[in-house]
Design a protein around this ligand. Structure first.
Ligand SMILES: C[S@@+](CC[C@H](N)C(=O)[O-])C[C@H]1O[C@@H](n2cnc3c(N)ncnc32)[C@H](O)[C@@H]1O
Length: 249
């Protein structure tokens, strides 16, 4: 069984082309984070990747630290940030304390589900609680698993990687363990390469329970980064937690 989901070289090399329509979401995310905890707050991103959000947040005046287990992804971030506006750390966010505390900690694009056991997810949330300032906020964006949980057969799709490549994505689900295995084959001119990526999905109610066990409580949940309500039609959620030992602001 794969025990971590760090992005290896091939995935890192195409990552910034994997989500061609994400700029709009990036803008909404920066806006929402700024309303939640305005700059110049201290921010930690779990799974910072190539800096899609960390760099605009640093430009907006935040003091940003990013943690990622993938040297290949951090190398891409460094290329875009030669002056080191974002502090980075090569480590596992389910088990590593950064040594600091933050006003805002966040993780997006299903990265939280990369912690592939309940224990790892709890480990991550406990570390979030330890590193969160008393008035701080933790934001997580993940998919709502109903559709995938009901998947009886592997699902197959193709995504374009700009005009020079494609990625073949196959998804299969082991309902009994809440695991989703993604098999991604990149065809972009060189030797095609396949990587596997496992995530452990959880329903919002389980996430809230794990958060409670870690000393956090839910304060808001939306269906996207524009603040649309989370309803039974939502395919993802943006959830915000605060420290349970602290009165709501
Ligand atoms: C979907 S990407 C998100 C990147 C970036 N946050 C963004 O929004 O574009 C997930 C990132 O999380 C990293 N990652 C996954 N599991 C991790 C873990 N347990 N510890 C540290 N990094 C992890 C991967 O290497 C990858 O860079």
């Amino acid at each position: 069984m794969i025990t971590h989901a760090y992005y290896r070289e091939k995935l890192a090399s195409v990552y910034d082309r994997m989500y061609p329509f994400i700029e709009v979401d990036t803008g909404h995310t920066v806006d929402l984070l700024s309303r939640l905890v305005p700059p110049p707050a201290r921010v930690l991103e779990l799974g910072v990747g190539t800096g899609r959000l960390a760099l605009p947040l640093a430009d907006a005046g935040y003091r940003v630290r990013g943690i990622d287990g993938s040297a290949a992804m951090l190398a891409r971030l460094k290329e875009k940030d030669p002056e080191g506006r974002v502090e980075v750390e090569l480590a596992d966010f389910t088990s590593s304390h950064t040594g600091g505390t933050y006003d805002l900690i966040f993780t997006v694009l299903n990265t939280f589900f990369s912690a592939v056991t309940r224990e790892q997810q709890l480990g991550c949330l406990r570390l979030v609680r330890e590193q969160l300032e008393p008035e701080g906020r933790f934001l997580m964006e993940v998919f709502e698993p109903t559709l995938f949980h009901g998947l009886d057969q592997p699902s197959f799709s193709v995504r374009h990687l700009g005009d020079k490549g494609v990625m073949l994505d196959m998804l299969s689900v082991d309902r009994s363990r809440q695991l989703m295995v993604g098999t991604h084959t990149v065809i972009d001119g060189g030797v095609p390469e396949t990587t596997q990526h496992v995530v452990r999905y959880a329903f919002p109610s389980e996430l809230d329970l794990l958060a409670e066990l870690s000393g956090l409580r839910l304060v808001d949940r939306w269906g996207d980064f524009t603040g649309q309500p989370f309803t039974s039609a939502s395919h993802r959620h943006v959830s915000v937690y605060a420290r349970a030992d602290h009165e709501p602001r």
